[in-house]
Structure formats: structure tokens, C-alpha cells
Design a protein. Structure first.
Length: 294
């Protein structure tokens, strides 16, 4: 189990595959194992880096208050430790907020971003109340255990995944988890989004209706973004819609090499490859099979 001493703490990380690096950022309670399917499937084409945020999984708990700025600095220093000059970032849920903060803080270190069910600020009353309740529950070891089970159950696609995720989160530090949830209630970078000049891939579930407002906002405010809604998908995409998510990431990163074709045409081309039946094309064996709408 590899560890790195960065920014005054010890982080657990894993690095698999070769090629263009992608660093994945998990939300509270879901450790780096939230990207198990991405590590397995995308490492055939990319260098996949996953890590446990301070106080989560096998990483050391933080004596400093855990906020997005601190996590962002940890990512930068972890990349230094791994001798990675530039990488793509992929953030899931509140990990997407960390991604945006990283692009704003250290734009020269990143090639682009992949936001999965993420947001630049949490404004809807339903999810704000859930985050507030989670922050309060995280202060109690007993309630934290119940909270952990609920979050992991919602994400897991089967019993084996649930057990694996739960075991990986057994050492989560309650105060760090609490700070992570509290940060989601106060953080906002919406007014700074126009500064992000990186290419951004936005992936959301068609059935994750509450998060459509965040998808629309990011697509509008980010100068170079591509927005995709995965058919029949809800919020928990990395596990429950892994093949679709991974196919989309692969095709989108490959498309960035084409600097001549307009982005809208490239996005349409990806749409046709992912779901040729929707566009009246015959499906070839070498085409991805994910259904989606953009």
C-alpha cells in the first residue's frame, strides 16, 4: 500500500496504468475506492491516480481544518511527489468542487477537468439540509457509523462493493469528515468560473433532477465545457454507470487532440459513437455502447 508524505501529512495513493495522468477526487466518506471501476477500466489507456483525502481511508488524519484549499494543495504536492507535471482532474460530487478550486488555484498544473455530478456551490435546500445533517452526525462516532453505511449503501452497486467501500472507510476521522461536509455548505466559486480556461467535461445523470441546475450553471459559466446527461442514470455514476462514464472520459480526452474541428461537432461525434442507434447509425463492434443524451 503506497504512501506519500506531502504538505505535512501522509496520504495513501494508488497509481495504475500508463499514459496521460488523471487524478480522481472522492467526496466525504467514500475514500479512493469510489473509483475502483475507473482504475480497472481506464488504466488500460491512462495513468490513473487515486488517493485518500486527509482523514479518509488509509490517509493520516489532519490536525489542520480540512477545506478545499488544503485538499487542492495536497493534490499539487502529491503530483510533485509522483513527478507528474500536468494531469487531468476528475471529481465526483463535492469532489467536483475541489476540482474547480484546484483549476483556479494552480491552472498551470492541469490539462482539464472532469466533473461528475458536481457543483460550484450547493444551493438547493434538499442537499443543503442533507449536508448540514451529515456534518452534525459526523461529530458522533455512533452516528458517523450510521451515516457511513447510508452513504456507502447509496453508492454501492452490489453487496461486495458495499463491503469493500465500508472496510476502506473504517478509519475515517470524524472531525475531518465533519469539516469536509461543512465546507460544502460555505464554498462557492461560481463568480470565478469564467477564469477557468481548461477544457471541462460535465457528466450528470438524466434522473438526477436536482443536480440539473448545477450542470446547466457550470455549462453556461465555464468557457470550454461539454455537457452530457447519462440516460437512466442518477447521482451515483462512478459505480452504477461506470462503463458509460469511462467510455465518455476516454472519447472526450481523445477528442481534445483535434484542434481543428469545432467543439460542438466533436461532442456530436462522441454522441454518435456512444449511442449510434439514437442517431440512426448501425452499431459497429468497436464502438462504445453507453446510452446518453447531450
Amino acid at each position: 500500500m503506497p504512501f506519500a508524505y506531502v504538505n505535512g501529512t501522509i496520504l495513501h495513493y494508488e497509481m495504475t496504468g500508463t499514459g496521460t495522468p488523471i487524478v480522481f477526487i472522492h467526496p466525504p466518506l467514500l475514500t479512493s475506492q469510489a473509483f475502483a471501476y475507473q482504475k480497472d477500466q481506464l488504466s488500460e489507456h491512462f495513468q490513473v491516480i487515486t488517493f485518500d483525502i486527509r482523514g479518509h481511508g488509509a490517509s493520516q488524519s489532519s490536525e489542520r481544518t480540512l477545506d478545499y484549499a488544503l485538499i487542492t494543495e495536497d493534490i499539487r504536492q502529491l503530483m510533485d511527489y509522483l513527478e507528474i507535471e500536468k494531469a487531468f482532474l476528475c471529481g465526483y460530487s463535492t469532489g467536483g468542487s475541489v476540482l474547480l478550486e484546484a483549476l483556479l488555484s494552480y491552472p498551470e498544473r492541469f490539462l482539464g477537468g472532469i466533473v461528475v455530478s458536481g457543483m460550484s456551490e450547493l444551493t438547493d435546500s434538499y442537499n443543503r439540509s442533507r449536508a448540514w445533517l451529515a456534518s452534525r452526525m459526523a461529530g458522533s462516532e455512533l452516528l458517523l457509523k450510521l451515516l457511513k453505511k447510508a452513504v456507502i449503501y447509496g453508492n454501492a452497486d452490489n453487496e461486495a462493493t458495499y463491503r469493500h467501500l465500508y472496510e476502506s472507510a473504517l478509519s475515517d476521522a470524524s472531525d475531518n469528515v465533519q469539516s469536509f461536509f461543512e465546507q460544502s455548505l460555505t464554498y462557492s466559486c461560481t463568480k470565478r468560473l469564467h477564469r477557468i480556461q481548461h477544457p471541462i467535461l460535465l457528466i450528470y445523470g438524466q434522473k438526477d433532477a436536482i443536480f440539473h441546475r448545477y450542470a446547466t450553471l457550470l455549462h453556461k459559466e465555464l468557457p470550454h465545457s461539454s455537457l452530457y446527461f447519462l440516460k437512466e442514470a442518477k447521482h451515483h455514476i462512478p459505480f452504477k454507470q461506470a462503463p458509460k462514464m469511462n467510455d465518455l472520459i476516454h472519447l472526450w480526452i481523445d477528442s481534445l487532440e483535434d484542434e481543428q474541428t469545432e467543439r460542438t461537432q466533436l461532442d456530436l461525434s462522441i454522441a454518435k459513437k456512444l449511442n449510434p442507434a439514437m442517431y440512426g447509425q448501425e452499431k459497429r463492434e468497436d464502438q462504445a455502447t453507453a446510452e446518453y443524451t447531450n
